[in-house]
Design a protein. Sequence first.
Length: 169
Amino acid sequence: MLNEFLQLLGAAIWFILPAYVANAAPVVLGRGAPIDGGRRFTDGRPILGAGKTIRGFLAGLIAGSVVGVLQGAAAGQPCTYAMLGLLLALGALVGDLFGSFIKRRLNIPRGGAAPGLDQLGFIVFALLFASPLMLPSWEVILTILIITPPIHLTTNFASYKLGLKSKPY
């Protein structure tokens, strides 16, 4: 039973790794010009906010795609995994942008917590973007949905301790 659990856990992490890397890369490699150009809605609220930058988006897209290429080399399926890595990374980043858009509409400030949306929004979009090419079994998807919140919270706390984030969540 433990072996089956570990295999499932490994399959989940292996599949979703490009999305995890894409979601984390902007924290380390971001900064610069905001994607929304600093524009605001007529009510004065930002569209996305200053934390969502062009550089961060591109860094996440490249980092997640590189992970896909490396996975493809390891699995002997370079084209499939390169495309999967790109789709998972793009989906994760779009999901994160969508989450920021929703948070601004709800008057949640930059860095403010939105439980569930912060931890799973990027994963749902990553899976949606990857679905035309490949989806794992429902057990792997369920495992991804279960393990992502604690992984997300742990990496955010570590980023906070390293001075990369202003909030520990």
